[in-house]
Design a protein around this ligand. Structure first.
Ligand SMILES: NC(=O)c1ccc[n+]([C@@H]2O[C@H](COP(=O)([O-])OP(=O)(O)OC[C@H]3O[C@@H](n4cnc5c(N)ncnc54)[C@H](OP(=O)(O)O)[C@@H]3O)[C@@H](O)[C@H]2O)c1
Length: 371
């Protein structure tokens, strides 16, 4: 059964953005929420270069033998036992102590920087829109993007869910605002874009996470209305939401889109035919958008979660016996958590993924994922 927007929710006229006063624009460059529009059918559901040279720079000796030190950790005694900076006598050794410590610290910093460990706020000053982000996977993604430095505009159909999610994340000191957006409504999509532009001056990131599943049963029993609903929200709205943000991303010189599909795109879940098909379509949408938008410096990638513990998927894990049988198809024999979907999305949106587009990353605990 399709749930209709209630007054004050998706159909609401121009709801005020949640989250109070916005931060200044960056330089150029809820619980209880559910996919109410679902029926009894559930959704299926970085180190870096090791220190290869010594602190002396690793030049060559007269004999031509490399003084390059391999596979030794500058923090280890063995490493410093071979180091020219070593001073053997007691007093001098003591004086050298702080120097050695300093060198080791600096060396560690170099290693961390080369591995990205020291890089903080990889999404600093980025503006991110996340649809369907007041609960579950979307909420975890919104939180992670904000933790990684982005200004995040969260959204879903219901104002109270938006208010609750914004309050929670602002309470954690994160730069988060929100507005109502039912992704199936053109005026809501436009308002979401306008809210981000007016609060933060532009858009760099879109995470398209909204989906519905109002049907459980055989494909032969699916009505035209159900097909329309699932394809409208899960596929068409994703394409139109992307279309709405692209002009704003272009003004910023590029951007990143992540589309949330499902392991059901690869591995059809029984009884969820139309939902599975819609998610397979998102793999194709990702490829097509990536190809079309690469000239505009916009990357488009996809996340395919496996079974993640949210209210959307509870039919699959609420019953213990069913949960155990579902774990059988996973290499990692447990159900995933929303947070486990969030880091990869932040990575895909960051400069670390600057050469990745048109790809789908499965976060499915090892569930089979081949078309
Ligand atoms: N959980 C899983 O096992 C799993 C597995 C694979 C893929 N996925 C995918 O992950 C995404 C999120 O699922 P979830 O499990 O995190 O769901 P969830 O915990 O039930 O959260 C659903 C969110 O979507 C919002 N929402 C529902 N319909 C919307 C619409 N038409 N427009 C805008 N927002 C809407 C809800 O808020 P309101 O009620 O306020 O609108 C809520 O914030 C979906 O695309 C789903 O297909 C989930």
């Amino acid at each position: 059964m399709v749930a209709r927007a209630k007054p004050g929710t998706a159909g609401h006229d121009s709801p005020a953005p949640a989250g109070g006063a916005p931060r200044p624009p960056p330089a150029p460059g809820a619980r209880g929420g559910r996919l109410a529009e679902r029926a009894s059918g559930p959704a299926p559901g970085l180190a870096g270069s090791r220190a290869e040279v010594g602190p002396q720079g690793g030049g060559r000796s007269r004999g031509g033998r490399s003084r390059v030190r391999r596979r030794q950790d500058p923090r280890s005694l063995a490493y410093w036992g071979h180091c020219p900076l070593r001073v053997r006598r007691g007093g001098a050794m003591r004086k050298a102590g702080p120097l050695l410590a300093l060198s080791a610290g600096a060396w560690r910093s170099v290693r961390m920087a080369s591995s990205g460990m020291a890089r903080r706020d990889p999404l600093a000053n980025k503006v991110a829109l996340v649809t369907a982000s007041t609960d579950g996977i979307g909420f975890a993604i919104a939180r992670r993007l904000a933790q990684d430095g982005a200004h995040v505009v969260i959204s879903s159909r219901k104002q109270q869910n938006v208010d609750r999610a914004v309050a929670t994340l602002q309470g954690e000191g994160l730069s988060v605002t929100g507005t109502v957006c039912h992704v199936g409504k053109a005026e809501d999509r436009e308002r979401l874009v306008a809210t981000a532009v007016s609060l933060h001056g532009g858009i760099d990131i879109l995470v398209s996470n909204a989906a519905v599943n109002p049907f459980f049963g055989n494909l032969m029993d699916v009505t035209e209305e159900v097909w329309d609903k699932i394809l409208d929200i899960n596929v068409k709205a994703t394409a139109l939401m992307t279309k709405a943000v692209v002009p704003e991303m272009e003004k910023r010189g590029g951007g990143s889109v992540v589309i949330v599909a499902s392991i059901g795109a690869y591995f059809p879940f029984p009884g969820l035919g139309p939902y599975n098909v819609s998610k397979t379509a998102l793999l194709g949408l990702t490829k097509n958008l990536a190809r079309e938008l690469d000239q505009r410096n916009i990357r488009v990638n996809c996340l395919a979660p496996g079974l993640i513990k949210t209210s959307f998927s509870q039919v699959l894990w609420k019953d213990k016996e069913r949960e155990e049988s579902i774990k059988e198809i996973m290499q990692i024999r447990r159900i995933g958590k929303p947070d486990e979907c969030a880091g990869i999305v932040s990575f895909l949106c960051s400069e670390d993924a600057s050469y990745i587009t048109g790809e789908t990353v499965v976060v499915g605990g090892g569930t089979l994922s081949r078309l």
